[in-house]
Design a protein around this ligand. Structure first.
Ligand SMILES: [Zn+2]
Ligand SMILES: [Zn+2]
Length: 333
């Protein structure tokens, strides 16, 4: 990874917005590209700027833009859908046939750059009470809000969150805000488990140090209503099938390094487990910004490390190594 000079991008359509970046949050998926050069079929051709969790200020707007004006502080929705295909028409812009995504190889340059151009429908003005950090974190948080909404009603639910990185935390906060009764969290990093406890987990266990399945089932003998897989690890799927109660729901959110999941057929059948894949988020940005604004979701514990734009490589190396108990590394411009 290196810094390169690049021309300031131009507005191409009259609905485009030029955004001056203020904060970028480093995502696990950005680090996947940095470490492996690809995620599944999405392969990086060097040089390519990654990054998609960002907040900034509107620098310039196209002639037809009405949502935002110069000087507005905004959160950025990185997905750009066509609005015309069957998926968009069916209210599924997140699986748009022509979807492009900020910082996704072959689709759109990422936001680790002083300026980016986004269509106006990706720009969400934020109130003064929201920080740029919160605006950038609204992107992963929206994935958690969507995953929770896509699962089961949270009121009184007992849930598991396997993997407490930023996405695990992004599931926990809305789940609790929406009434989850008990939240069981697992991870391999003690610092993250500490954040989970401080943010309302009733249990937080380190899978490397203890038999988390045994401990959770002792506390919850009937099993869990829903398990959110947020780490992309094979072992987590086995744990999920053990932890779920009959009729339980498994939400797959983590991005694994491998190409195929496997799960125990016998347990899956006998418990009649429902498996739901989560593809980023759909329509959850506004609800997420509202939750941040009314303080029903507190993300202040998520950013654990800060770097200047020039030190982006250091941030990526830290996150790649899971160093120093890192949860979310923030890049300041
Ligand atoms: Zn992300
Ligand atoms: Zn479409």
């Amino acid at each position: 990874m290196e810094m390169r000079e690049a021309p300031t991008p131009e507005l191409k359509n009259d609905t485009d917005v030029l955004v001056k970046l203020k904060v970028v949050a480093v995502c696990g998926s950005d680090v996947h590209y940095y470490v492996s050069g690809k995620i599944g079929s999405q392969v990086v051709q060097y040089p390519f700027p990654v990054g998609h969790e960002c907040a900034g200020v509107v620098e310039k707007v196209g002639s037809a833009v009405s949502r935002v004006k110069e000087g507005d502080r905004i959160a950025v929705e990185p997905a750009m859908s066509c609005g015309e295909c069957d998926q968009c028409q069916a209210g599924r812009p997140h699986t748009c046939r022509k979807l492009t995504f900020l910082g996704c190889p072959g689709q759109a340059d990422g936001c680790l750059s002083d300026f980016i151009v986004m269509p106006e429908h990706s720009c969400f003005p934020i109130p003064d009470s929201l920080s740029f950090d919160e605006a950038a974190i609204s992107e992963p948080l929206a994935i958690g809000v969507y995953a929770v909404n896509r699962s089961i009603p949270m009121q009184g639910a007992n849930i598991g969150i396997l993997g407490f990185g930023p996405i695990g935390m992004s599931v926990q906060l809305p789940a609790i805000a929406k009434g989850a009764e008990k939240v069981y969290v697992t991870d391999k990093i003690d610092g993250r488990l500490q954040i989970a406890r401080e943010s309302g987990a009733s249990y937080a266990g380190n899978v490397d140090k203890t038999d988390v399945v045994k401990e959770i089932l002792e506390l919850e003998p009937k099993g869990l209503d829903v398990v959110f897989e947020c780490c992309g690890q094979k072992e987590a799927i086995d744990q999920a099938f053990d932890l779920l109660k009959p009729g339980g729901v498994l939400m797959l959110i983590g991005i694994p390094e491998f190409d195929r999941w496997s799960f125990p057929v016998d347990k899956g059948r006998h418990k009649e487990v429902t498996i739901i894949n989560v593809r980023r988020q759909n329509g959850a940005v506004e609800e997420t910004l509202e939750m941040l604004e009314n303080r029903s979701a507190d993300v202040s514990k998520m950013p654990t490390h800060r770097f200047s734009f020039e030190d982006t490589k250091k941030a990526f190396d830290l996150v790649a190594a899971y160093g120093d108990g890192v949860m979310k590394a923030m890049i300041d411009f």
